[in-house]
Every structure is written in C-alpha cells, then in structure tokens.
Design a protein around this ligand. Structure first.
Ligand SMILES: Nc1ncnc2c1ncn2[C@@H]1O[C@H](COP(=O)(O)OP(=O)(O)OP(=O)(O)O)[C@@H](O)[C@H]1O
Ligand SMILES: [Mg+2]
Length: 477
C-alpha cells in the first residue's frame, strides 16, 4: 500500500496511496455512513472494540445490496471493499495507513498545511505525502482520539497526553499552545515487543551483560537487584526495561505503575496500575506517588515505576530501602546526572537513600550521519556508597564506540559480592552460574527463539530446572 520513494532531498519520502473510490463505491460509502447509527447500535457502543463485528455488518450490507444489482459480485471484492470502507469509517482517516504500519516508530503532525512526518525503524525520519489542509479535519481527528479514551482537549486543557486502545501513546496540543494549528504525536505501540534476545541481536545489550543481569535480578533467592534505566528522550529506556523484566524470577509478585500503560511483562503474577490525570471528567487525580504509596500496602516483591519524575521518587526509594526490589526509568544524560536529578527538586531523594540502587543503566541513542539511529546500553554503574556527602559510583560495564562492544571494566561488582556473601557461595561459583545463563541466552539467540512467549518459556524452565535446560542444549549440540 505504501511506497518508500527515492528523492534527492535530504529527507526521504514516505508515500501513502490514497483511497480511491469509484462513483458507485462512493454511493455505497454514503449509504453505509447513513446506516452507521444502526450499525453502531448493533455493534455496541464502541466501534474500536467491535471492529470485527462491524466488518461483518458492512460485508453483509454490501452482499445484500450488491447481489441485488448484479448477481456476480466476487466474495474477494466484497471483502476488500468492506475493509476499505471500514478503515474509512472507523479508522483515523488520512493517517490510518500509517497507524497500521508496524515499521513506524512515530507519526508526527506538526500543524496545518505542513507534511506529516514519520520516523521509520529502518530509514529514520521521513516526510509523507499527507498534508492536513484545514484545521477542522485535524481537530476532528484529535477529538476522536480524545473521546475514545474518555478525555477531552479544549481551551481549558489544551494539552492531551494519553494512550489509544491499541497501546500507542499520543500527545496533542491545540492553538494557541501550538502556533501553527493543532499538533499530534503518536508513539506507536509495537505489537510484537522487543525481547531480551532481540536487544542482544541488535547489540543494544551484550550476551555477557544480559547473563550478568539475569543472575543479579534473580539474586538466587537472597537479593534480587534493582535498577534505574536512564537516558535521553526516545533512547529506548522503556523498551530495555521491558525486555529486562523477563529475567525476573517468576515467583516474584510484581506491581507496575505507569502514566500510560506501556510495559508488557510476561509474568503471570503482575498487577498493572495506571495514574489518572486531573482532566478526566468528574474524577479526582491519582498521581504516581498515590499509586506507589498504595502499592506498598500490597506486599509487592518488586515495584516497577514506568518513569520516575517527581515526588514518587522518595516513596520508591523508601520501598527500596525497606527490602523491596524495584525498576524504573529516568530521564538523564549520564550516571552522575541521574544521581543529581534524583537528589534535587522535584524528586528530592535524600542522598543516604540513594545507595539502595544497585545499578544505573545508561541507555543511549546514537545517530548515524544518514539520520538512522541505533541504541546501546552505554554504561552500567553501581552505587557503592557515600563519601563526604557525595554518592560514589563504580562503573562496571562500558560501551566502546570504536569496537561497538560493551566491555566489562571493573574488577568487582558490589551486587555480585553481596549475593555471594548472602547465599554462602563463592564468587567463582557465581561466575560459573553467569556462564551457564549465557549459554541459555546464546542458545535462544542462535536458534531465533525471540518472541515474548518463547523466550519466557525457556527462562521459566531454567528457573524450575536449570540442569535439565542445560542438558537439553548440550544434547542438541
Ligand atoms: N534497542 C532498540 N533497538 C531498536 N529500536 C528500539 C530500541 N529500543 C527502543 N526502540 C524503539 O524506539 C522507540 C522509543 O523507545 P522507548 O519508548 O523504549 O524509549 P524511551 O526512552 O522510553 O522514550 P521516552 O523518553 O519517550 O520515555 C520505540 O519505537 C521503540 O520500538
Ligand atoms: Mg519511556
């Protein structure tokens, strides 16, 4: 349907083929629109959730209507016309084809009479041939999205931040906040999420580091390590966090707290919570901090905070200091800045509490000259203590841009020593265990075992019987 066009300008073009209807089809479309009220009633109050039913309704309508006129309408034609009509009726209009392209990371509408931009996973930033020529069409689209998620956007609250039913995140603004007309940014939800094996494959993380994390986050039943994933906007923090959660022991009781649900954790025992903004009609706001406080009364083993931003940081660190494990992402450019941001307004975590973090994982997005980007874990640092009021960091892994390898740069890891001490095992023993887990990860990598369910199945069986899994891998060569 869509074509990537070669052109001489610096930004490649993404061309969308526009829906073209024959005059007869246009009549049908108008008729269906008229009948939409009936169809809507018969398909329940929500189109999006009943798309399959609506599709069938449209098909039946066409079938009756067309077979009247000419007896020989092919089922294939009716099928494809139904799909086209459905997209036009319940879809998102002009940008609908973009929403259905899983190769796009982001869709960006920057105002009227300007091209819509997209960010393509392979080709980077691209300009589409879609232009919104009037403000009303764009406002209607934003209103439609707002209504679908029970929110509103108007002069009183001209900024909308939310999550569509398919999981995509949207941010919209209307004038006068955005000067050139309404703006809309859609961060598309990846239907098939990146797993730890994908991230190893893309070299975002190394096999060795993944195996090391696996042992530390598991903690052999004595200390399950926690981590803050830090980095710039869109550097892949949430994606890395999500992939790392697959390494958590399946026995843990996990509570996730997010502003917009993004995490997809494969574990069975997970409670997912989402904050509630204040512009939801007639309902009070529920902040991140409210939910983190509440989670402490739910006996969690691990609390995962999607993005640490404000006063919930202190509550989270209180939890970490009282024996809970945690994960979270945080916006910052290096490990030192992560500490600075945590200890200053508005997070204001007391320095003494910071040592509860085991790992600061820095995630970087690196741009190539052609505008395409790739993501790397650029550094892993441990918090080793506080000296004269300053938090001491120990770098244990570092990405080398020249070799494009993540190198182990420390002699000792505090977390590993602690696990050794508490479990009564020697460090050598732990290195051997890390080696075994690396064999399991490498086996998945080499055999393209990469989907969420397949990776989770292997990790779970390793947790229940490691020797059996290792034997199987060795047997299969
Ligand atoms: N390691 C990776 N390799 C390739 N693409 C990735 C990788 N990590 C993330 N992405 C893609 O980059 C986009 C942004 O990822 P993600 O939402 O994880 O970033 P983020 O740092 O959490 O962003 P934000 O600052 O908005 O919270 C997504 O479309 C995701 O699919
Ligand atoms: Mg994020």
């Amino acid at each position: 349907m869509n074509r990537l066009k070669d052109n001489n300008s610096s930004i490649p073009i993404y061309e969308v083929f526009k829906q073209k209807y024959t005059p007869e089809e246009k009549v049908l479309l108008a008729e269906i629109r008229e009948n939409l009220v009936d169809l809507a009633i018969s398909s329940g109050e929500d189109f999006q959730l009943n798309e399959a039913k609506l599709f069938n309704d449209i098909k039946n309508f066409l079938f009756n209507r067309l077979s009247f006129e000419s007896g020989n309408m092919s089922g294939e034609y009716i099928d494809s016309l139904s799909r086209k009509l459905l997209q036009d009726i319940v879809g998102y209009g002009q940008i609908d084809p973009l929403i259905h392209d899983d190769d796009l990371e982001e869709i960006m509408i920057i105002g009227i009479n300007k091209p819509v931009f997209v960010y393509h996973r392979k080709y980077g930033m691209m300009k589409t041939n879609i232009v919104y020529k009037n403000e009303e069409e764009l406002t209607d689209l934003i209103d439609l999205m707002a209504r679908q998620i029970n929110r509103r956007i108007d002069q009183e609250s001209p900024i909308l931040d939310g999550r569509l039913m398919d999981g995509s995140r949207i941010n919209a603004t209307i004038p006068p906040v955005s000067a050139d007309g309404p703006s809309l940014t859609i961060r598309k939800f990846k239907k098939d999420p990146f797993t730890i094996i994908d991230l190893i494959n893309y070299k975002t993380i190394s096999l060795e580091l993944a195996a090391f994390f696996w042992l530390c986050f598991d903690g052999l039943g004595v200390k399950s390590a926690n981590a803050i994933i830090s980095g710039g906007t869109s550097s892949g923090k949430t994606t890395t966090l999500n992939a790392l959660t697959s390494l958590i022991n399946p026995k843990e009781r996990i509570i996730t707290i997010e502003d917009t649900l993004e995490l997809q954790i494969p574990h069975e025992h997970v409670i997912r919570m989402e904050t509630r903004p204040s512009n939801t009609e007639n309902r009070g706001e529920l902040t991140m901090n409210d939910l983190v406080k509440n989670s402490l009364r739910q006996r969690p083993d691990r609390i995962i905070v999607g993005e640490v931003r404000a006063d919930e940081a202190i509550t989270l660190f209180t939890a970490l200091n009282t024996g809970h494990s945690g994960f979270g992402t945080l916006h910052s450019n290096d490990a030192r800045e992560t500490i600075t941001r945590l200890t200053n307004e508005p997070m204001s975590v007391p320095e003494i509490m910071i040592s509860a973090i085991d790992f600061i994982v820095m995630q970087n997005r690196i741009y190539k000259p052609n505008g395409v980007s790739y993501r790397r874990i650029s550094e892993v640092a441990e918090v080793v203590g506080i000296e004269e009021g300053t938090v001491q960091l120990n770098k244990i892994f570092e990405w080398n841009p020249e070799t494009d390898k993540i190198e182990n740069v420390s002699i000792a890891s505090r977390t590993l020593s602690e696990i050794a001490k508490l479990s009564g095992r020697s460090l050598n023993d732990l290195y051997k265990e890390i080696g075994n887990r690396q064999i399991v990860l490498e086996h998945m990598l080499n055999n393209n075992i990469r989907s969420v369910s397949a990776v989770n199945a292997v990790i779970e069986s390793y947790y229940s019987d490691p020797q059996k899994v290792l034997n199987q891998i060795i047997l299969n060569g």
